[in-house]
Design a protein around this ligand. Sequence first.
Ligand SMILES: [Zn+2]
Length: 383
Amino acid sequence: MQKPAVNEPRIDPEEILEGIRRWVEVETPSHDGVAVNKLNDIVEAEFVALGAKVERVPGRDGFGDVVIARSPWGGDGPGILVLSHLDTVHPHGSIDTPELKWRREGDSVFGPGIYDMKAGAHMAFYAYRHLLRLNEQSQLPITFCFVPEEEVGSPTSRATIERLARNAKHVLVTEPARDGGKIVTSRKGVGRFVIKARGRPAHAGVRHQDGRSAIREIAHQILAVEGMTNYDRGITTNVGLITGGTGVNVVPQECTAEVDLRVPDPTIAEEMCARIGALTARDPDVQLKVEGGMNRPPYTKDAGIAALFDHAKALAAEVGFDLQDVPLTGGGSDGNFTAALGVPTLDGLGADGKGAHTDYEQIYFSSLEPRTRLWVKLFETLK
Ligand SMILES: [Zn+2]
């Protein structure tokens, strides 16, 4: 680890943690736009205090605003886009539960959304402030984008993310690190489909033969869809939700199944969307409707991403740790949108820890300082 000169401002992990706590203690379930905006206000004020130019894209459909903060230097040309989300999967009150109340146990610090991803979002902010404390500017302008509803697929912020990414040379995503500090250079694409069957209702005792069961039809479709999973090709399908029927003594008229699809590359994405879209009813008297498609395109490690990763790896070595990337992960993020536009994207640059989306979500305190140092170096060197 590099030792700073005596009077040089230092990167203080206790100070980073205090800042993370300020952001974690405002609970921000994705669907509560008012709650997310409370945290947006805090984040906006912290950036304004540093002289950043802040813009807010008003939320819609009940979601919070998108907050965009720009460095006052570097002009409007292509720069560094730092992508974070401020929502979490945890409902209100999680911070009052014994599992997720704010606490530090050894190297672990617990809190709702601390690992995914308020710690990472704050580390990037801290690195930016550190640059100012050093009286430095990055060579490229820096734009921060805080998304209010990533955990539900970024339905209202995607257009803003893509607009900002088109004007970026590099995208750095503050999602949590994986498996001992590894970062993410590729992610599977995510597809979502709704399969609806409409049959014919009948009294299950008196007129059974007149009925056409929508549930029976969907049962066949579930097996067909689940049968498309192919681990060797990196394809998974999961029917995660089903609804249907009105009573145990009624041949059901309606049934719906919802499908999650993960694919490793655009060609397979196209193939699988076509296969799922082409499902047909087995019972000719039942109508089948399939809706949906890719929600997040695959994020593949191309030459630009490989070069950006090599650069970050060299910087991490200067800081004193070995940066590795994980093999293709199934979890999607907003990095999928930016990488699919061809903009070199590094993801998973947040804190190390574990338990994203669980009641044991935690970060490792020891990861805060070295990884924030890496952020400072990325800001200093990217051009
Ligand atoms: Zn996340």
